[in-house]
Design a protein around this ligand. Structure first.
Ligand SMILES: Nc1ncnc2c1ncn2[C@@H]1O[C@H](COP(=O)(O)OP(=O)(O)OP(=O)(O)O)[C@@H](O)[C@H]1O
Ligand SMILES: [Mg+2]
Length: 245
């Protein structure tokens, strides 16, 4: 079976520093992979490389078997198949919730406005925010804004959803509603790669946890394997620092 996402030998430098050092990662259809690791270990950079927001210095990335890091490829066509959500909601403050969701599909991907709107409304309805379609983002709670940002990433029915610290800017009482949405997406079979500092989140949603260290995946396995019984000393040290006894 072809992986939805296949990263092979991905290498990325910023100036002299090697951030990704020949990283390999395959993600199967319906699989949810959590990337963990120290701050600066390259989690966000990897997600940005997959979404073609960064050029690779070496290696290849394939999506559904298609070589997307081929320089001849149109990045907009690739990004249509990959949804990405960042830590800060990144909603456009001057656009309504509905316009936030339909802007890219209509302007960039040239989808008919009516179909993008009806799909956006259906998605908003699903997350209980249909009544907020005409509201501006500043009238929504942080959790509502982040759920709108996730819906915006879903409106092109992507093959892959990338989530970068989507709960870390939220007040603790708002995290639950975002996690519930991500759990729903998992139940629907969405293939996801998420970067997180929250091990409970990784444990709850991930099929596989990957520990990034020095620009590679040092250790990976089920949440129980990696979070409860890590083999590598670096993983043990990272987890110990997170949860002092
Ligand atoms: N545009 C950039 N220019 C220069 N250096 C960068 C750039 N983006 C990231 N870096 C560096 O690359 C390294 C990896 O950063 P990255 O944001 O991928 O880490 P991360 O694992 O997501 O960390 P965090 O857990 O804090 O989010 C860091 O040392 C960072 O300073
Ligand atoms: Mg990051």
């Amino acid at each position: 079976m072809t992986a939805v996402l296949s990263c092979q030998g991905v290498r990325k430098l910023f100036g002299p520093s090697v951030v990704l050092d020949g990283l390999d990662l395959d993600v199967a259809e319906h699989e949810v992979v959590a990337l963990i690791g120290a701050s600066g270990s390259g989690k966000s950079t990897l997600l940005r490389c997959v979404n073609l927001l960064e050029d690779l210095d070496d290696g290849t990335i394939h999506l559904d078997g298609a070589h997307i890091t081929d320089p001849r490829i149109n990045p907009d066509l690739v990004r249509r198949k990959i949804g990405i959500v960042f830590q800060a909601y990144n909603l456009f403050p001057h656009l309504s919730v509905l316009d936030n969701i339909t802007l890219a599909p209509v302007r960039v991907h040239k989808r008919p406005a009516a179909s993008a709107r009806s799909q956006a409304l259906a998605l908003l309805d699903r997350i209980g925010l249909a009544s907020k379609a005409a509201a501006f983002p500043d009238r929504l709670s942080g959790g509502q804004q982040q759920r709108v940002a996730i819906v915006r990433a879903l409106v092109n029915s992507p093959r892959l959803l990338l989530l970068d610290e989507v709960t870390s800017a939220l007040d603790p009482e708002l995290v639950g509603e975002v996690l519930d949405l991500i759990r729903d997406l998992k139940a629907d079979g969405m293939t996801m790669v998420l970067a997180t500092h929250e091990m409970t989140f990784a444990r709850q949603v991930a099929d596989r946890v990957c520990f990034l260290d020095a620009g590679r995946i040092l250790e990976q396995g089920s949440p129980e394997q990696v979070l409860d019984n890590p083999v590598e000393a670096r993983t043990q040290q990272f987890l110990r620092r997170l949860a002092p006894a």
